[in-house]
Write a protein of this length. Sequence first.
Length: 187
Amino acid sequence: MQVNDPMIKENQERMAKTEDALRRELGKIRAGRANASLLNQVMVNYYGAPTPLNQMAQITVPEARVLLVNPYDKSSLKDVEHALLAANLGISPANDGDVIRLVIPQLTEERRKEIAKEVKAKAEEAKVAIRNIRRDIMDALKKSEKDGELTEDDLHDLEDVAQKVTDQSIKNIDAIRAEKEKEILEG
């Protein structure tokens, strides 16, 4: 949706950032399928400096439920293994001296439903954040009208645009949630 008003445009960007944050948050949730983003938060103590795992190793998905971590520097294999254990992912790393394999365990039906509830809760949090942004927009527009910067007609037009932007963002969040729930429930 093309928006011309700078105030609404700024808040539309805030809504997009909320959607991106939800995607990142849901990316951390293990769905019974191998996903390299599961390791995005893993930090390895590499020569005394905390280094993101994805910057010091190639992470591939050779099979649906297997992550393969291939460090660029083979001498760091033990450090990578310790970092994976410390990350508390619920997955035991298998070190064969060359690469580390992480086999994602199959989820039970009960666990899938629990995770789906968690996804739904995170999506609701994101919707609340979107509604708070809309409230900020509406308050700012009313203040502008009160200060004489906007006419009453302009106020109503901009409120309509703000509502459409909000509705689109809520729709996007529902789509993100539905996609993750499908991934989890299909396994």
